[in-house]
Design a protein around this ligand. Structure first.
Ligand code: P6P
Length: 341
């Protein structure tokens, strides 16, 4: 008699584990027995900063902190009130972390030396754009925070020199997108992980691990208002893409435009223009961190054909570079037109 075969009982689907950003940071630290916890403390400072900045961004119009403070920052751009608030939050949270020796911000002309002594635990430098795309605030558009972490270079002659390392030397990079939700995207060189702030608990909850950017997607993102002053190769690329029915998406905040590409694919560009002949975006705290994330997700990030953003040797902490970043095939399409122009 055939033995009744018990129906295979489907494995009970495992409930999606609940992992906060804080737990994730400690999980990663546990993979490094020699870790002192300094690096984790820095990441947790960035996490609390993101929550505080998010709260201010969401209340900007209510608290009457929109608009500019009436002066220009080192970039020659109108400094928004929230730029100053976000910058102050980051300086104060990172200032309390023993492991941070130097910080550099888009909003500060000079690096801020938090701890000049050369003791072993002063290992890290943190660079950031505290509120990227802040001109979007007045129209309730997306804005972001971008950060990059380097090890302090003890051979450097000065703190400022210690920061001037190519992007390949970054030990971590990430951004916070203050959009329809508050998203924290992080890499420490082991892939790209994504977290969303749950306002009910005040915690960033992990929602994705090991993000991979789609290899291709017929979508480009750049400010076509500058088209007349783009170098020829970009002009040729745009004609090529439009002949093939590419769509165009542009928010005007790098964090939002790059985040869309990380999730859906495509290519973001900020070419040289008449107004910004070396490009507008800053290498150290915009291009480099975004390039690390995109490469960790399987994409590409160039300043020109065959020239990775991460290989650029910086000469100034506020230097600007052209940016071509996104899906490998889409970046290749742009590079091919630049190389043959
Ligand atoms: P444009 C925001 O001011 C920013 O630095 C980036 O976030 C953004 O990608 C770019 O400048 C937008 O510049 O010239 O298109 O307004």
């Amino acid at each position: 008699m055939n033995q009744a075969v018990a129906p295979s009982i489907p494995a009970t689907p495992q409930p999606r584990e609940i992992v906060t950003l804080q737990a994730h940071i400690l999980q990663q630290q546990s993979q490094y027995p020699e870790a002192t916890g300094q690096f984790s403390w820095i990441l947790s400072a960035l996490s609390i900063s993101a929550k505080m900045i998010a709260a201010h961004v969401r209340r900007a119009r209510l608290d009457d902190v929109l608009g500019s403070v009436g002066n220009q920052n080192v970039q020659g751009e109108q400094q928004q009130k929230l730029d100053v608030i976000a910058n102050d939050i980051l300086l104060r949270t990172l200032g309390g972390r023993e492991g941070v020796a130097i910080v550099a911000s888009e909003e500060n002309e000079e690096p801020v030396i938090l701890r000049a002594d050369d003791s072993q635990e002063r290992k890290y430098c943190v660079l950031f754009d505290p509120l990227d795309g802040s001109s979007n605030l007045d129209i309730c558009g997306a804005v972001g925070t971008i950060f990059s972490i380097l090890r302090k270079d003890r051979r450097s002659s000065s703190p400022a020199q210690s920061l001037l390392q190519p992007g390949v030397q970054q030990v971590a990079a990430g951004y916070v997108l203050y959009g329809s939700s508050t998203v924290f995207v992080l890499t420490i060189g082991l892939g790209v992980d994504m977290f969303v702030l749950d306002p009910a608990y005040g915690a960033f909850m992990r929602v994705a691990r090991g993000l991979k950017v789609p290899r291709a997607n017929p979508c480009y993102s750049l400010n076509e208002g500058n088209r007349a002053s783009f170098p020829d190769g970009y002009q040729k690329y745009l004609s090529w893409a439009q002949e093939r029915g590419y769509s165009s998406r542009y928010v005007g905040a790098m964090v939002a435009d790059v985040h869309r590409i990380l999730l859906q694919g495509g290519v973001f560009m900020y070419p040289p223009t008449k107004k910004a002949p070396k490009g507008k975006l800053r290498l150290m705290y915009e291009a480099n961190p975004m390039a690390m994330i995109m490469e960790q997700a399987g994409g590409k990030a160039l300043v020109a054909p065959e020239q990775r953003i991460l290989d650029v040797h910086p000469t100034d902490i506020h230097q600007r570079v052209p940016v071509i970043i996104g899906s490998s095939e889409e970046v290749d399409n742009v590079a091919r037109h630049l190389a043959t122009a």
